[in-house]
Structure formats: structure tokens, C-alpha cells
Design a protein around this ligand. Structure first.
Ligand SMILES: Nc1ncnc2c1ncn2[C@@H]1O[C@H](COP(=O)(O)OP(=O)(O)OP(=O)(O)O)[C@@H](O)[C@H]1O
Ligand SMILES: [Mg+2]
Length: 219
């Protein structure tokens, strides 16, 4: 079982949107997914209520209970836990970072948003946590100068998961319906990019697994 946390102290960067869409894409690819919502805003929990999917539970968990909740899930059949966090430097975000195998930092490709993400990145470095940025709400022209500059900045800060996620109404429609973009328009561009993002994330998670095995062998 793997634990992925979506973190960024900057509000509105797309943590909840990507948590939901990646969860659905991962489920479609065969993962048994469990979602944890640590944000008092409860966006993901509300999305889950609308969704009513018994194969993808969404639960609110407090910081103090996260470790035990994840340990309990690890004893069951779940293969992927996705944790959504609040946009604050809070015990909840802290606990999620500590519990995660990999943290994803969604950020809009603007300099203010990237600067604001640095605090989160700094915390993850202090915790020696594996992390990757995801550029979200990018303008449709993928290689615009603004997006390229944003990509270069976050790459310099420690890694970028591709592809860029473009600003598209499908993300907003899907959220409203308790769905993922891969369900709202299965052949649409948003669906394609989220499937691609899940593949990149999966590859990244399997690299972690190999690195762990290597470290165990060396020990
Ligand atoms: N790729 C996208 N295209 C279009 N709209 C998007 C996209 N990603 C996110 N949004 C919209 O941007 C807003 C903020 O997204 P979201 O709530 O997922 O961010 P968040 O980081 O979870 O915010 P918070 O920090 O408040 O929890 C929402 O209205 C969402 O629908
Ligand atoms: Mg949110």
C-alpha cells in the first residue's frame, strides 16, 4: 500500500481537485483506493457523499489519528491512500506529510504561487520526504513562456510530475458531480492528461519501492 498526500500551503492550487481525479483514474487502472480528507473545509468528503461509491471510501481523519488509520488500512486490501490537506501550516498538513510515501505539490504556474509553494517544499525537505510538483490550471497553450518558466522554477526546486494540468471546465464539472474527469468525458483532453498523470505518479511510486528494496539490501 502506498500513501500519497496532496500538500500546499497556498490555497486553491488544486489539491482537492487532483486528489479526486487521480483517485478515480487510479481506481480505473485497478487500484483499491481510500481517500482521507484532513481539511476542515471538507471538499473531498462532500465530493465523496455526492459520489456514493462503496469501492472508494472517503473519510475525515484528524491529525492525531492519521498514523493509526493508515496502519489499519495497510492491514486490509487497500493499495493506494490519497490524503487531501488544508492550505495552512497545520498539524493536519504536518501529519499527512509525515505519513506519506510521496507528497504532490500542486501549484499554478505563476510566480506568486510558486514562491508560496516554497514554504511547503522547505518543510518536505526538512522531513526528507519524497515530493514532486504538479503544475495545475495552466493556460491551454502548453508551452507558453509562463508555463515553461514555471516548470523550470519548480524543476529547480526538486522535480515536476508531467504532464501539466490545464485549466479546463471538465475539472469543475466533475467535482460538482462527484466524479473524476476520466468519467465526465472519457475521451476528453482532461481525461487524457489525468490518466497520463496517474501513469507518471505510478512510475514514481514504483521507483520508490525499488529504492527501498535497494536500501534494505545495502543495510
Ligand atoms: N485544472 C483545473 N481546471 C479548472 N479549474 C480547476 C482546476 N484545478 C482546480 N480548479 C478549480 O480551482 C478551484 C480550487 O481548486 P481546489 O479546491 O481543488 O484547490 P485546493 O488546493 O484544494 O484549495 P484549498 O486550499 O482551498 O483546499 C476550484 O474551484 C476548482 O474547481
Ligand atoms: Mg482543498
Amino acid at each position: 500500500m502506498r500513501v500519497v498526500a496532496l500538500v500546499n500551503q497556498k490555497g486553491g492550487s488544486g489539491k482537492s481537485t487532483l486528489a479526486a481525479c487521480l483517485a478515480v483514474a487510479a481506481q480505473e487502472a485497478g487500484e483499491r483506493v481510500f481517500l482521507i480528507d484532513m481539511d476542515p473545509q471538507k471538499s473531498l468528503l462532500k465530493w465523496g457523499h455526492r459520489r456514493q461509491d462503496k469501492n472508494m471510501p472517503v473519510e475525515a481523519v484528524m491529525a492525531a489519528k492519521l498514523e493509526a488509520a493508515i496502519a489499519a488500512l495497510a492491514r486490509g486490501r487497500v493499495t493506494l491512500v490519497i490524503v487531501d490537506t488544508p492550505a495552512t501550516d497545520s498539524p493536519a498538513a504536518d501529519a499527512a506529510m509525515r505519513a506519506a510515501d510521496l507528497c504532490l505539490i500542486p501549484a499554478r504556474p505563476t510566480i506568486f504561487d510558486i514562491w508560496a509553494s516554497e514554504a511547503t517544499r522547505g518543510k518536505l525537505k526538512t522531513l526528507s520526504k519524497d515530493y514532486a510538483f504538479v503544475l495545475n490550471q495552466c493556460p491551454p497553450l502548453q508551452e507558453s513562456q509562463r508555463v515553461s518558466d514555471g516548470a523550470a522554477a519548480v524543476e529547480a526546486m526538486g522535480g515536476l510530475l508531467r504532464p501539466f494540468v490545464v485549466a479546463r471546465v471538465d475539472y469543475q464539472e466533475a467535482a460538482r458531480e462527484g466524479m473524476g474527469v476520466t468519467e465526465i468525458d472519457t475521451e476528453g483532453k482532461a481525461a487524457e492528461e489525468v490518466r497520463h498523470l496517474w501513469s507518471s505518479l505510478k512510475r514514481r511510486l514504483s521507483r520508490l519501492k525499488h529504492a527501498e528494496k535497494g536500501a534494505r539490501r545495502a543495510a
